[in-house]
Design a protein around this ligand. Structure first.
Ligand SMILES: [Zn+2]
Length: 365
């Protein structure tokens, strides 16, 4: 089933999950076979499959969103991006391998709550990683640690240099998925595009490109066809609301967009598209061009859907005003977007402004 869809960016990985119960396993295995990674790096297939099962089982099935199906989806999208000729032709074999390993493992053992929550509750992981990209460090280090064990060692027959290169790139990509550095990465990418341009002879430039690719694969929900996009939205919002429920029960401030009683989902989605997804994909489009035209069209369609929904909602009964904690003029990107409070991120428009603009639009009709 997957082999025929490997190059279809609109492929619905949830269908494969429903049919197989282990979409990550099939997608990753299929991609490894397709590119001949087993032969090229002399990876013993039984070791790889054991490793892959362990990674898949490490994802929590009880998380509505951050589970193995999300990893499948990100792996599928990432594979689509990196195998476009403009990228694939400039990557080294080690980078090709790393670009597939990174999305497979990028949310391994995700606890279903974000970095900000772990920091607020002084979780043991924040002590281990000094509050810095706590989850991303955890996902990556955990997998790389067990990969050293003989039974899971994919790298067993690689040279020291090959291992070092793969490891360096995998770590860089997984850490790049920390939303706290979202705008930093967009900035770096845009500087390259508008400045002297990318020099793909240069490893640092290839790294920026791959980090941008995995970021786009990771926040691809608004680039999906509407029905898929709505489904992913439902799942991420439910995971946020569960975090909000825990925060409520512990008597700590409920994070923005995580209060199931007051969060306006259409407005949250519009904010997410305007301030997170659109700038990211606009920058990516400046490089990928027609390769991702379909994704740009989908974002537009999805935004219109949420806009219409938001306008309809505004004619309904008056909703309770969000609590003071939620109405702080945090930026939309700091929203569900899992950015720790206090992250040094600037945007020109606050979520509150979006809300205000939206409300005045509605009133004018
Ligand atoms: Zn992810």
């Amino acid at each position: 089933m997957y082999e025929q869809n490997v190059n279809n960016i609109n492929f619905d990985v949830e269908q494969l999950e429903t049919a197989s119960g282990q979409s990550l396993y099939y997608i990753a295995w299929s991609i490894f076979r397709q590119h001949g990674f087993f032969e090229q790096f002399n990876i013993p297939e039984p070791i790889f499959l054991r490793w892959l099962k362990k990674v898949q089982h490490g994802y929590r099935g009880t998380n509505p969103y951050h589970n193995a199906v999300h990893a499948s989806d990100v792996t599928h999208s990432m594979h689509f991006f990196v195998t476009r000729a403009r990228i694939w032709s400039v990557l080294t074999p080690e980078e090709k391998l790393a670009s597939i390993i990174a999305p497979i493992i990028h949310d391994y053992m995700h606890p279903g709550v974000n970095n900000a929550f772990l920091i607020t509750t002084r979780d043991a992981l924040t002590m281990r990683y000094n509050d810095l990209s706590v989850l991303e460090n955890f996902h990556c280090a955990s997998v790389l640690e067990f990969t050293q064990e003989e039974q899971y060692n994919l790298f067993v027959n690689m040279t020291v240099d090959q291992r070092k290169l793969v490891r360096e790139m995998v770590i860089s990509m997984v850490l790049a998925t920390d939303m706290a550095a979202h705008f930093e990465w967009i900035g770096k990418f845009k500087n390259k595009m508008s400045g002297s341009g990318f020099n793909f002879e240069n490893k640092a430039d290839r790294k920026i490109m791959l980090n941008m690719a995995i970021k786009c694969a990771d926040v691809n929900n608004p680039t999906k066809p509407l029905e898929q996009s709505k489904r992913w939205t439902e799942l991420i919002m439910e995971e946020f609301f569960r975090q909000g429920d825990i925060e409520r029960s512990r008597g700590i401030p409920i994070s923005m967009f995580m209060n199931r009683e007051t969060t306006d989902i259409p407005k949250c989605q519009i904010g997410f598209i305007d301030f997170i997804a659109q700038p990211l994909f606009d920058a990516w489009y400046s490089f990928m061009q027609e390769d991702i035209q379909i994704l740009m069209d989908n974002i537009k369609g999805n935004k219109n859907y949420w806009k219409n929904k938001s306008e309809k909602v505004s004619f309904g009964p008056i909703k309770p005003t969000p609590s003071s904690t939620e109405s702080l003029s945090n930026t939309a990107k700091a929203s569900a977007l899992a950015i720790p409070p206090g992250s040094n991120i600037q945007t020109s428009v606050s979520t509150q402004q979006i809300t205000n603009t939206k409300s005045s639009d509605s009133l004018a009709r």
